[in-house]
Design a protein around this ligand. Structure first.
Ligand SMILES: CC(=O)[C@@H](O)[C@H](O)COP(=O)(O)O
Ligand SMILES: NCC(=O)COP(=O)(O)O
Length: 238
C-alpha cells in the first residue's frame, strides 16, 4: 500500500498573502485527515515564506496520522524537528533562496554529514528519509548513511511523462526502486506528482511506501474540492 501524505505548504502561502488566518492551516490539516489523508507533510523554509516554525509546532497536536517534516538540516531546522519529534524527517539539500526543491543529495560526497544528522534523529525515535535523484549510486550511497528511507525526487518523471515519454519517464525510478528494495531501504517519492501521473508512477514503482503531494493537489482542489481530490488520489494509490 502507498500512503498519501498531503503537503500543506501552499495553504500557508495563501494565508500569508493576506497576513490573517484564512485559510486556517490547522483546520486544513484536520480536514485532510478527516477526508482520508494518511499523513501531513510540511517543508518549513528558513525565510518562513509559507510554513512558519510556529505552524510546525502547532501542527504537532493535530496530526494524528503521519507527520513528515522536510527541510535542509541547518541547526535551526534540526532543533525544531528534535523538539517536535514527528513521525518522519525528510532531509532535502535546498539552498536558502531556492524557489522550490531542485536537487537530491549527493549521498557519497555528504556521507559523513548525513550519517551524523541521521543518527541524531534516529536516536530520538524519528524515522529518516533523504531526498535523492533517481541515480542508483545515490541510492547505494543513501544506504551507507543509515537512513530508513529515500524520497525519490520526481520532477524529471513528471516532466517526461507529461511530454509523452511513457516508460522512459519512469525507468530510472523503477531501476532505483529495485536497488532500494534489494538493500532494504524504504521508498517514498515526491515533487510534481499529480492526479495525471500518480497512477502510472505507483504502478511502476515496486515497494512505493509513501508519496507526498502538495502543489498539484491544492491546485486541483480549487476546481474539484479538497475532500474529492484527496479521495481521487487514494483511489489511484490503491
Ligand atoms: C522536497 C519536495 O519536493 C517538496 O517538499 C517541495 O520542495 C515543496 O516545497 P515548496 O512548497 O517550498 O515548493
Ligand atoms: N516531498 C514532496 C512534497 O512534499 C510535495 O511536492 P509538490 O507536490 O508540492 O511538488
Amino acid at each position: 500500500m502507498t500512503k498519501l501524505s498531503v503537503n500543506i505548504n501552499k495553504i500557508a502561502t495563501l494565508r500569508n498573502s493576506r497576513g490573517g488566518n484564512v485559510p486556517d492551516l490547522i483546520q486544513v490539516a484536520k480536514d485532510v485527515q478527516r477526508f482520508g489523508g494518511q499523513g501531513i507533510t510540511i517543508h518549513p523554509r528558513p525565510d518562513e515564506r509559507h510554513i512558519k516554525y510556529q505552524d510546525a509546532l502547532d501542527l504537532k497536536s493535530v496530526v494524528h496520522t503521519e507527520y513528515n517534516i522536510e527541510g535542509n538540516p541547518i541547526a535551526k531546522f534540526v532543533d525544531l524537528v528534535l523538539k517536535i519529534k514527528p513521525t518522519q524527517v525528510t532531509l532535502v539539500p535546498d539552498a536558502e533562496d531556492a524557489i522550490t526543491s531542485n536537487a537530491g543529495w549527493d549521498t557519497i560526497k555528504h556521507k559523513a554529514f548525513l550519517q551524523e544528522v541521521i543518527s541524531e534523529f534516529k536516536a530520538n525515535g524519528i524515522r529518516t528519509s533523504i531526498f535523492v535523484d533517481a541515480v542508483p549510486a545515490m541510492i547505494e550511497g543513501a544506504k551507507q548513511t543509515g537512513t530508513d528511507r529515500i524520497e525519490l525526487y520526481t520532477e524529471d518523471f513528471a516532466k517526461d511523462y507529461a511530454a509523452g515519454k511513457g516508460d522512459a519517464s519512469v525507468k530510472p525510478y523503477r531501476d532505483c526502486a529495485i536497488v532500494a528494495n534489494a538493500i532494504d531501504l524504504g521508498i517514498n517519492a515526491g515533487h510534481d506528482l499529480s492526479l495525471d501521473n500518480i497512477k502510472y508512477f505507483k504502478e511502476n514503482i515496486p515497494g512505493l511506501l509513501e508519496v507526498s503531494i502538495g502543489h498539484a493537489l491544492i491546485c486541483e482542489s480549487i476546481y474539484m474540492g479538497l475532500d474529492n481530490v484527496v479521495n481521487m488520489y487514494l483511489n489511484k494509490l490503491k
